[in-house]
Structures are given as C-alpha cells and as structure tokens.
Write a protein that binds this ligand. Structure first.
Ligand code: PLP
Length: 382
C-alpha cells in the first residue's frame, strides 16, 4: 500500500509501540494511588510530562494531557471563555477550523455566546484586516488553527497573537497539523493555549495535550484531581508515554520538512506535466510540506479515489460526508471555490513513511488511468 493520508492519521513509529508495551503490561497501576506501583506509574507520568515540555518548549506544569485534539480544543475554548471577565462574551474563530471545532462554535452560538468568524482569502490565507476588525475589547478569546488540515496553508499565528494581545483577549491555537511538521516553541509562539494530538506525528491515537500558559485564568471542564484539577479522569499512561516517545523521535523537524516538500513538489510537478487539467490549491502560499490538495479537471473525487484504491493508494477527499451524500469542503467554500470544483477535491498527504519510490509509482500509474477519463470529460463538457 502507498499511504498518502498522513493528515488523517499516521502509523505509530515502532519505537513508540516499544515504549508503550511495557506500560500496558506492567505499569498499569493508577498514577493517583499512594502505593508503590502507583508511585511508579506517577514517576513515568512525570517523566513523560517533562519530555513533552522539553520538546515543545514549555514548562511541565503547562502540559495538560487529554484524549486528543478535539477534547483539547473544546476545553481550551470553554475553559478560557468561562474564566474571562464578564464583559468579554465574544469568541472569534476562523471559518476554516477543523469540522469538530466548528461544531463547538455552532453549539456556543446556540447557547447564546456571540461567535464571529474570520474569513479567508481566495488563496486560503487568513484575512488579517478582517481579523483586526473583529478582535475588540469584548472578545474573550480567538481560536485559530496553525495549519489547515485540508489545504496545508499556514495561518499567521504571530499576527493573530499581536491582535489578541492588543485587545486583551486570549489566543488558543489548534496546532494539531503543525506540531511535528514545523518547528514549534510554546514559550515564544504567542498563544495562551495550544492543542496537539499524538496520532498526527506517529504517536498513538486517543491521546493529546493542551499546553496552557502558566497563570492563564482557566475553568476546568472535566472535574477531578488529575492534571492539577484542570482535566479530571485517570490518565492514559501508555498513550502519554507513546506521545512523549513520538515527540522525542521527531529530531530536527526542518530536515524532514525539506525532504517532504521536495517529494510533494516532485509529485505535483509530475501530475501537472502528465495531466495538465490538474489544479492545486494553496500552491502559492506557505503551507505544510507534505500536503497537496488538488483536483483533476472536474473528475468526481469518488472516481479518482476508486482509481487510487485500485492502485493500492490510500488518500482522502475534501468533501464532508453527510447523511444525504457529500457536501463540498467548508474550507474550499470559504475560499470561494465553486461547489462542482470543490466536490472534485483530493487530498494527498505525505509523511515520514513516504518514499521517493511511492511518488515515482504514483506518477507512473495514476496518469494513464485518469487520462482517458479527462478526455471523456472534455468531450462531454458544454
Ligand atoms: N484539529 C485539526 C486541525 C485536525 O486535523 C484534527 C484531526 O483531524 C483534529 C483537530 C482532531 O484531532 P483528534 O483526532 O485528536 O481529536
């Protein structure tokens, strides 16, 4: 199989699995227990917390372990909003946040919170003047992703931090797609809270963290004594050890970023050369090195994914599945892309296990399968 869906999830690194197995089999005691095995589990938890802090440039007390990014995103927004001054009741999101996060935005709006959305430009970047106009003294927090999971476009976190700071608002950053792919240091990133998820950087699924700047007013959403009262519930120690191991394996992410960008560029250039009807979104803006979001003319994404499947290639569509069928991606819609083009969107996302041979095979095998379909499409087009 050629796996080109790394933005959905990544395979756990063998060293991550090796680090987790002894925890699952032997370190199973509750880290809140006072007995010897409990203390041993607590020491492992502390060591993992210190490792996470070391790699991500924060203090160990600023790491709150969660079940992943969705939970971290929810607790950041609800927790920062609940702790904000009473005159700050507005929350600002971008229009292109992750689907789960936009559901939270809708739920907040339905419960009476004033919610505003920063638009994006046609090139997929954030409309900063619009952001500046929306972020005022009644805003409790701004919630913005660092990199978009569909297009890979990078968001202007430093500029958003300056706007939030000037307005006295908090900034939460969903760095789920960013951490592990781009250099990241919490202490200098300008955000008050940052979400991450282990399964996006070759760690296990179902574990993540919220980095919460020390001293930031925050109201816990899940009550309990764990995580210094900020997130109740017995910690997933094996997952947390796996998360820490995955972060420690990253090394200098710029080296892998350069390798992936070269592979991604070779893939895109090869596809455009063989199939000139290929259109690639966000190619001209800073984006994640391994993400390619494209369409082949207006070939339906289902047809393209079927051909890819036949070749043993796992990729994904940009469409959201609903009970009545597929809906165009909210990200492309926010960029002003017409529905028929958005419904043709295919996302190829490369990662640590992607090789030059994978790219060469795809370039050799896919164009001959799509070429006749594109010819047909041109003949029937009005
Ligand atoms: N935020 C972004 C930008 C994502 O890409 C994802 C996963 O696709 C999530 C949040 C949700 O992460 P998790 O699966 O850890 O809940």
């Amino acid at each position: 199989m050629i796996y080109l869906d790394h933005n959905a999830t990544t395979p756990p690194a063998p060293a991550v699995v090796a680090a987790m197995l002894p925890v699952l089999s032997s370190l199973w005691a509750n880290s809140s227990s006072q007995h010897g095995p409990g203390q041993e589990a607590r020491r492992a938890l502390g060591a993992a917390r210190s490792a996470v802090a070391r790699v991500l440039g924060c203090k160990p007390v600023e790491v709150v372990f969660t079940s992943g990014a969705t939970e971290a995103n929810h607790m950041a927004v609800r927790g920062l909003l609940a702790a904000a001054a009473p005159e700050r009741r507005r929350v600002v999101f971008s229009r292109i946040e992750h689907a789960g996060h936009l559901r939270l935005a809708r739920a907040l709006a339905e419960s009476g919170v004033q919610v505003d959305f920063i638009p994006v430009l046609a090139d997929g970047t954030l409309d900063l003047p619009a952001a500046a106009a929306l972020i005022g003294p009644d805003v409790a927090l701004v919630s913005l992703m660092a990199a978009n999971n569909e297009t890979g476009a990078l968001m202007p976190v430093a500029e958003a931090a300056a706007l939030a700071q000037a307005a006295g608002a908090r900034l939460h950053v969903d760095a789920t797609q960013f951490i592990g792919k781009q250099p990241f240091v919490f202490s200098t990133c300008g955000a008050d809270a940052v979400s991450l998820s282990a399964h996006k950087f070759n760690g296990p699924k179902g574990v993540g963290a919220l980095l919460l700047r020390q001293g930031t007013p925050f109201t816990a959403q899940t009550l309990g004594s764990q995580e210094r009262g900020r997130r109740g519930g017995t910690e997933n120690l094996a997952g947390i050890v796996g998360l820490a191991a995955a972060l420690e394996l990253l090394g200098d992410v710029s080296v892998e970023a350069a390798r992936l960008a070269a592979l991604r560029d070779a893939l895109e250039n090869g596809l455009i050369h063989a199939l000139p009807a290929t259109h690639i979104w966000c190619r001209s803006v800073p984006r994640l090195p391994g993400t390619s979001y494209l369409r082949f003319g207006q070939l339906s994404v289902d047809v393209v994914l079927q051909r890819l499947e036949r070749l043993g290639v796992a990729a994904s569509s940009g469409a959201a599945c609903s009970s009545g069928g597929s809906e165009p991606s909210h990200v492309l819609t926010a960029m002003g892309v017409p529905a028929d083009e958005a419904l043709a969107a295919v996302r190829l996302s490369l990662g640590r296990t992607t090789t030059a041979e994978d790219v060469a095979s795809l370039l050799a095998l896919l164009p001959p399968l799509l070429e006749p379909l594109l010819q047909e499409e041109m003949l029937i087009a009005p």
